[in-house]
Design a protein around this ligand. Structure first.
Ligand SMILES: NC(=O)c1ccc[n+]([C@@H]2O[C@H](COP(=O)([O-])OP(=O)(O)OC[C@H]3O[C@@H](n4cnc5c(N)ncnc54)[C@H](O)[C@@H]3O)[C@@H](O)[C@H]2O)c1
Length: 359
């Protein structure tokens, strides 16, 4: 494992190995870039097959957070932490408090939050040792469940895509195929239905399907049929890697835009979508509502839901910016999304440091 070569190549700042024998804590905190501000990124708890796998995951996810936060227009850098362990059996107060002390030791360079395998209660334990944690369960004024805000931002992002493809951002009469009707998918269906879109839906959970059929008059299809249905927009809100060699030949839509993370199985699948004339809304741009929501807790005076909702509307503008860069540089949108983030970090890095006298 050539860690320093990798850190140098992608501009990483810091990799922290955290160990506490008594609680069994084995964690890695990776800070990718703090040009824009303190590095925000969740703590993942996972049964990694090896220490190398955990380190690589922390590196990959931290860099992803720099891009997500920068492109969302947040004054935050990117980081991620991973705890090696089984989230079903290895959690304890001591483990999260030990981890909280390591977060505190970074003195605000890293702000943590929940992620896969961790929950708000775990964040409450971390908070006993550090203030550098967002998304708390027990603290009044915390940002709470991010899903409705993510759904709202995703809806705005879909509208920006529609504007590009059809010249109007109205979704009235458009057919939208939604895969996954959980926390985000359900609320997104509500927005789409209220705007007059026709919904075609699927989910492995039959109850979730029935609810959307009943509440929004959606048409249900079998799990594997969702990719090939006749629709204008395909909206993945369940799993990653659903844009792949098997699904691409089935798509009949003009737009793929949804909240799911890591939708492209491989980058080349983004190139294929472009060659087929399908507009792809890069996932980390369109699903930024969750991080925008939690980041609002860090503002002076604490969380303000109206302000978070207002900020999430910029997902529309960010999709427009991605499309503009994609046209400017003649590149697929997934690459344009990276460039949007990189350009913002570079511009701010170069702003002249003028002396600010205190007092
Ligand atoms: N919740 C957020 O704020 C947020 C923020 C950013 C990204 N995301 C991403 O959006 C997606 C949805 O998040 P969520 O919070 O709604 O999760 P969720 O677990 O509440 O919902 C996911 C839904 O997908 C369904 N599903 C799982 N496998 C499926 C399959 N093979 N076919 C069809 N449906 C399937 C599940 O039954 C569930 O109803 C995830 O990929 C998540 O990582 C969520």
């Amino acid at each position: 494992m050539e860690i320093f070569k990798h850190l140098e190549r992608y501009g990483y700042e810091q990799l922290v190995i955290c160990h506490d024998q008594a609680s069994g804590l084995k964690a890695i905190i990776c800070i990718h870039d703090t040009t824009l501000g303190p590095a925000l990124g969740g703590t993942r708890m996972w049964k990694y097959a090896s220490e190398d796998e955990a380190i690589w995951d922390a590196l990959r996810l931290a860099r992803g957070m720099s891009y997500k936060n920068a492109a969302a227009g947040l004054n935050l850098g990117g980081a991620k932490a991973v705890i090696i362990g089984d989230s079903k059996t290895d959690k304890s107060e001591a483990l999260f408090r030990a981890f909280g002390r390591f977060v505190q030791s970074l003195n605000g360079r890293y702000i943590t939050a929940e992620d896969v395998g961790t929950c708000m209660e775990d964040m409450d334990y971390i908070r006993m040792e550090t203030n550098y944690v967002a998304g708390l369960g027990s603290v009044a004024g915390s940002s709470g469940d991010p899903s409705p805000i993510t759904a709202y931002g995703t809806w705005k992002g879909i509208k920006a895509c529609a504007k590009e493809v059809w010249g109007t951002d109205s979704l009235e009469g458009k057919s939208v195929a939604v895969q996954g009707l959980g926390h985000v998918g359900y609320t997104l269906c509500k927005h789409l239905h209220e705007e007059g879109a026709n919904l075609i839906v699927t989910d492995i959970n039959a109850e979730n399907v029935s609810r959307v059929v009943k509440d929004f008059g959606a048409t249900a299809v079998k799990l594997n049929e969702i990719y090939g249905v006749n629709c204008d927009i395909f909206t993945p809100c369940a799993l990653g890697a659903i844009i792949n060699d098997e699904t691409i030949p089935q798509f009949k839509c003009r737009i793929i835009a949804g909240a799911a993370n890591n939708q492209l199985k491989e980058e080349r699948h983004g190139d294929i979508l472009t060659s087929k004339g399908i507009l792809y809304a890069p996932d980390f741009i369109i699903n930024a509502g969750g991080v925008i929501n939690v980041a609002d807790e860090l503002q002076e005076g604490g969380y303000n839901r109206n302000r978070a909702m207002h900020k999430v509307e910029t997902v529309y503008d960010n999709i427009e910016k991605v499309i503009a860069i994609s046209k400017r540089d003649n590149i697929p949108t997934y690459k344009a999304a990276d460039i949007l983030a990189e350009e913002r970090i570079e511009v701010i890095r170069k702003v002249k440091k003028t002396l600010l006298p205190c007092g």
